[in-house]
Design a protein. Structure first.
Ligand code: MUC
Length: 96
C-alpha cells in the first residue's frame, strides 16, 4: 500500500541545540534504515520549509502508523497522510 506523507517539523525554540541534534541524528538513522528496507522509497525536502514529502510502501495502515509514531521527531511534527492507488491512465507497469 502506497501513502503520500507530508511531515512538518516544529522543534521548540527553547530546546537546547545538543538535544535537538541528537534527536535529528536518530531520526536520520531511523529514516535511512527504512529507506534501505524499501518501506520509505522517496523523501523530498519542500523548498524553503522544514518539511518533507515522502512516499511510504507498507503492508497496512497499522504499519504506517507504527513507523510514523516511531519517528524520533514525531513529538515535534505535524503529519498528514494521503492513501494512494494506481491511476487508470498510468502507463507505468511497476505500480500496484
Ligand atoms: O528533516 C525532515 O524532513 C524530518 C525528518 C524526516 C526524515 C529525516 O531524516 O528527518
Amino acid at each position: 500500500m502506497l501513502f503520500h506523507v507530508r511531515m512538518d517539523v516544529q522543534i521548540p525554540a527553547d530546546m537546547p541545540a545538543d538535544v535537538a541534534n541528537e534527536i535529528k541524528a536518530r531520526e536520520k538513522a531511523y529514516s535511512q534504515n527504512l529507506q534501505r528496507s524499501g518501506k520509505w522509497p522517496h523523501i523530498w525536502r519542500i523548498v524553503g520549509e522544514y518539511a518533507n514529502y515522502s512516499i511510504f510502501d507498507v503492508a497496512s495502515n497499522a504499519e504506517l502508523h507504527e513507523i510514523l509514531t516511531g519517528l524520533p521527531l514525531f513529538p515535534y511534527m505535524k503529519i498528514s497522510v494521503t492513501p494512494l492507488c494506481r491511476h487508470p491512465s498510468s502507463i507505468r507497469d511497476d505500480e500496484s
